[in-house]
Design a protein around this ligand. Structure first.
Ligand SMILES: NC(=O)c1ccc[n+]([C@@H]2O[C@H](COP(=O)([O-])OP(=O)(O)OC[C@H]3O[C@@H](n4cnc5c(N)ncnc54)[C@H](OP(=O)(O)O)[C@@H]3O)[C@@H](O)[C@H]2O)c1
Length: 288
């Protein structure tokens, strides 16, 4: 039996990853934050599924989850730890309260890092079982930092670089650490942007931020399916020689190849034009 831990199993990519892995005959542990979600998932997945209840900011609860998993897998080792759970703290950096930035990193970067430390003993090779793998759901935002997504981009860039360093550190154990970088995916995460971005209201960035939120909603409706990311997770866990990272833009050329190849200053200007951030905008705004 292959045993896999997936964080953020209550919705979106995490929920579909649980479904996908169960469909492939794996035993899945899915992390949720409430007992109501634990009960809901146990009802949805009555076999080969165990919910783990923890928040990524709670080291004690995360450590307790390791005991719970160890008791079930017994003499086996863990095939995979999927660091999927994450949040977006949006908004202009100029007006960003430091606690919000800290929280962004607590959830997207520090929590997964602690889980890698805690689950390491279960991922190590045991008997004839090969060592387990760590798969992090990072983001294309780790590569292209858009205006108003600074905290999120920074947290995902840090997560991606931790993955690269960890892969090298875990070389002697044979534990692979793989980064998956999706572009826009059809999940509820976009709906969390506006309620979490109130600090932009009444600032010079208000119009630009509103444009950004509209475009995020537009792209979400046309984004990748969460199932396609689940399929990449499965590949990353099972390919004999997994890639170091799986880039999953929802449109390869227009949303990844072209923007990542353009000179950065040209991309600055294109984005400024799209989001109403050209200097003329401020001049007009200040003209009585
Ligand atoms: N959707 C996209 O366009 C996209 C693109 C690139 C990368 N990603 C990444 O993909 C991952 C999954 O995102 P999604 O789109 O599936 O979002 P989602 O539908 O909003 O799901 C996020 C999951 O993370 C959990 N979570 C949030 N805060 C947590 C915390 N403090 N502790 C533990 N769990 C927590 C949520 O649990 P609750 O239900 O309890 O809140 C939920 O299960 C994230 O890391 C995200 O950054 C998403």
């Amino acid at each position: 039996m292959k045993y896999i831990v997936v964080t953020g199993a209550s919705a979106g990519i995490g929920l579909e990853t649980v479904r996908f892995l169960l469909g492939k005959g794996c035993y899945v542990f899915g992390s949720v934050r409430t007992t109501a979600d634990a009960d809901r998932l146990t009802g949805l997945f009555p076999e080969n599924f165990t919910p783990l209840v923890f928040d990524l900011t709670d080291d004690v609860a995360m450590a307790a989850s390791v005991e719970q998993v160890a008791a079930i897998i017994g003499e086996s080792n863990l095939t995979g730890l999927i660091n999927n759970a994450g949040i977006v703290v949006p908004g202009p950096i100029l007006h960003l309260p430091k606690e919000k930035m800290r929280h962004q990193f607590e959830v997207n970067t520090f929590g997964p890092m602690v889980l890698c430390q805690l689950y390491f003993p279960l991922l190590k090779k045991k008997g004839n079982n090969p060592p387990g793998r760590i798969v992090n759901i990072s983001s294309l935002s780790a590569e292209i930092a858009l205006p108003f997504m600074g905290p999120y981009s920074a947290s995902k860039r840090a997560l991606s670089n931790l993955a690269h360093a960890l892969r090298r550190e875990f070389y002697p154990y044979g534990i692979q650490v793989v980064d998956i970088q999706p572009g826009r995916v059809k999940t509820g995460i976009v709906d969390t942007l506006a309620p979490n971005a109130s600090h932009f209201i009444g600032t010079d960035f208000e119009a630009g931020m509103k444009r950004y939120l509209e475009s995020a909603q537009y792209l979400r409706d046309r984004g990748l399916s969460p199932e396609s990311i689940a399929a990449s997770v499965y590949k990353a866990l099972h390919e004999a020689r997994p890639r170091l990272r799986y880039v999953k833009p929802y449109r390869y050329f227009s949303r990844w190849k072209i923007p990542s190849s353009l000179p950065a200053r040209l991309l600055d200007r294109i984005l400024a034009k799209r989001l109403g951030l050209l200097p003329e905008y401020l001049k007009n705004k200040n003209t009585p």
